[in-house]
Design a protein around this ligand. Structure first.
Ligand SMILES: [Zn+2]
Length: 143
């Protein structure tokens, strides 16, 4: 099992362990720490994208699928709105049942994408998460 160039393999259970420890230490601000990590990796990923906004978005979502982050689907992309769903998030699965969304790493990556495909940078909110029993995780930009 050789990861693609520039990547390492890491079990989602390892990341869930980090996430739960950071949550225990920091409480609700842990989510933003994890999203910051997602934004850092997402910045590298989005820097390599070419083409118009739609093709850059589709390329990043395809890459997410290819590296095992779940089945990404672009639900809506306009100059001011980005909505992405992810089926089978390994982060939600590894975390287990939760009372709120847990896919903060994915959210951060999608915030990096939003920064490159929207007219103005936007925060994203995970409005549904498989860890809370939703069918898919859903990420929506908020102005
Ligand atoms: Zn989720």
């Amino acid at each position: 099992m050789t990861p693609p160039p520039g990547y390492i393999l890491i079990r989602p259970e390892t990341l869930a362990g980090v996430q739960k420890a950071v949550e225990a230490a920091l409480g609700t601000s842990a989510a933003e720490c994890l999203a910051a990590g997602g934004r850092a990796g997402g910045a590298v990923a989005t820097a390599a994208l070419q083409g118009d906004a739609a093709s850059r978005a589709q390329r990043l979502l395809s890459a997410g699928r290819e590296i095992g982050w779940g089945d990404f689907a672009l639900e809506r992309l306009t100059p001011t709105t980005l909505v992405v769903t992810v089926a089978g998030s390994p982060f939600a699965r590894a975390y287990g049942a939760a009372s709120g969304p847990v896919c903060h790493l994915t959210r951060g990556v999608l915030e990096a994408l939003a920064a490159t495909v929207l007219a103005t940078p936007a925060r994203l909110v995970e409005t549904a998460c498989a860890a809370t029993g939703a069918a898919v995780c859903r990420f929506e930009s908020v102005a």
